[in-house]
Design a protein around this ligand. Structure first.
Ligand SMILES: *[C@@H]1O[C@H](CO)[C@@H](O)[C@H](O)[C@H]1NC(C)=O
Ligand SMILES: *[C@@H]1O[C@H](CO)[C@@H](O)[C@H](O)[C@H]1NC(C)=O
Ligand SMILES: *[C@@H]1O[C@H](CO)[C@@H](O)[C@H](O)[C@H]1NC(C)=O
Ligand SMILES: *[C@@H]1O[C@H](CO)[C@@H](O)[C@H](O)[C@H]1NC(C)=O
Ligand SMILES: *[C@@H]1O[C@H](CO)[C@@H](O)[C@H](O)[C@H]1NC(C)=O
Ligand SMILES: *[C@@H]1O[C@H](CO)[C@@H](O)[C@H](O)[C@H]1NC(C)=O
Ligand SMILES: *[C@@H]1O[C@H](CO)[C@@H](O)[C@H](O)[C@H]1NC(C)=O
Ligand SMILES: *[C@@H]1O[C@H](CO)[C@@H](O)[C@H](O)[C@H]1NC(C)=O
Length: 307
């Protein structure tokens, strides 16, 4: 008898309270803000359903199911067996991929960053404060339980179900790269903000491009965009889509190239023809060091640079 009574009470509790805690679709209906539109084929697609979004990261062949609402159960989406499921908006994230930090800053959601790959490389003033009071720390794989998502890149892949591998490389044009702000916005339900930020930066970019498009050929300058890799001891002259498009849109010419990786003699023949040299080497901290590394230090003879 006692047992039956317990069962009845349990059933009552389940029926009357169990139903109350189930999610209401209205809390969870996409678009919550707005749906994103993509114009420059950046390498991801999104397909909106009423309570979730299917995101296809075609640059790394990952599929994510982003489902909404604090109490909504994960949907059972068929046909995408290897998809990773994330409840959104995400609250605590690890950004091992450094450029991702900038996208999150542009959407003003950088406070969600709890871990980075290396706090010593943080330059942003906003993040610096969160680093000083230890709200941002170096990521260690055991910290994965403390975050909703880990934004990583192809240099550090993980097969766990929380890692999102972003692959924003220089084969994308500047505006294609900017489109990725919309990708990150999907994880925060911040599509409307991302669209606004994208449009505003795109307008500035296109306005400048338009202003520079009629520079006369006689006034166009040549730019050499270079870098030095201290690990491989190699010089690179950037000729990828990102750098060449940026130079072209700035009303300038890229240096003529036969190869992107060059020895110091080839490098000099290229640099000597350039009006402006932009160096993006990470390991060079001063102009003195730059001159030495690139074989332009006064008195340094050409004969010895190629050794
Ligand atoms: C994701 O995109 C790739 C490449 O376009 C395609 O082969 C694949 O079927 C897509 N997956 C889903 C789940 O849409
Ligand atoms: C990253 O994208 C490039 C260009 O599409 C591709 O060649 C490379 O395989 C991608 N890396 C990964 C890990 O998917
Ligand atoms: C998801 O749906 C498929 C097909 O309807 C079914 O076979 C599978 O058991 C379901 N998975 C879960 C976790 O409910
Ligand atoms: C994290 O730092 C290590 C060591 O510098 C580096 O090898 C790795 O590529 C970095 N990871 C990411 C995702 O950038
Ligand atoms: C750390 O500092 C930032 C910026 O001042 C602040 O927003 C954040 O709440 C602080 N975090 C902690 C744990 O004190
Ligand atoms: C990661 O954290 C665990 C537990 O705190 C610690 O034992 C381990 O040494 C850490 N690993 C690294 C690489 O810092
Ligand atoms: C994700 O991986 C963890 C650890 O392997 C596991 O406990 C959890 O059930 C997985 N979650 C999903 C949604 O597959
Ligand atoms: C550039 O030149 C074209 C053709 O001469 C002209 O129609 C256009 O208005 C010019 N653009 C600017 C920004 O001056």
């Amino acid at each position: 008898m006692m047992k039956t009574l317990h069962s009845i009470i349990l059933l009552y509790v389940l029926v009357f309270f169990g139903f109350n805690v189930s999610p209401t679709v209205s809390d969870c209906f996409y678009p919550i803000g707005a749906q994103i539109q993509i114009s420059y084929s950046p390498g991801f697609t999104v397909f909106y359903q009423s309570t979730y979004k299917i995101v296809n990261n075609t640059r790394t062949n990952e599929v994510y199911i982003l489902y909404c609402g604090a109490s909504a159960p994960a949907p059972n989406v068929t046909g995408v067996s290897s998809a990773k499921y994330f409840q959104v908006p995400v609250k605590n994230v690890a950004t091992l991929d450094t450029p991702t930090v900038t996208f999150l800053e542009l959407m003003n959601v950088y406070s969600s960053i709890k871990y980075v790959n290396n706090t010593a490389s943080i330059t942003s003033p906003c993040l610096q404060k969160n680093k000083e009071n230890n709200s941002i720390q170096n990521f260690n794989s055991s910290d994965i339980t403390n975050v909703d998502v880990v934004f990583s890149n192809p240099t550090q892949t993980n097969s766990d179900n929380k890692t999102v591998t972003v692959n924003i490389s220089d084969d994308l044009s500047p505006l294609q790269k900017l489109e990725w702000i919309k990708f990150f916005s999907l994880f925060y339900d911040k599509e409307a903000d991302a669209t606004k930020t994208f449009k505003s930066l795109q307008n500035i970019y296109l306005c400048n491009t338009q202003n520079l498009v009629n520079i006369s050929i006689a006034n166009k300058k040549t730019i050499a965009w270079v870098s030095y890799d201290s690990n491989s001891n190699q010089y690179q002259v950037k000729s990828d889509k990102y750098h060449s498009q940026l130079i072209k849109d700035a009303g300038a010419y890229s240096t003529e190239l036969s190869a992107s990786t060059v020895n110091i003699n080839e490098l000099h023949s290229i640099i000597n023809n350039a009006y402006l040299v932009i160096d993006e080497s990470q390991s060079i901290a001063s102009f003195d060091a730059w001159q030495r590394t690139f074989g332009y230090y006064p008195g340094q003879s050409d004969c010895c640079c190629s050794s």
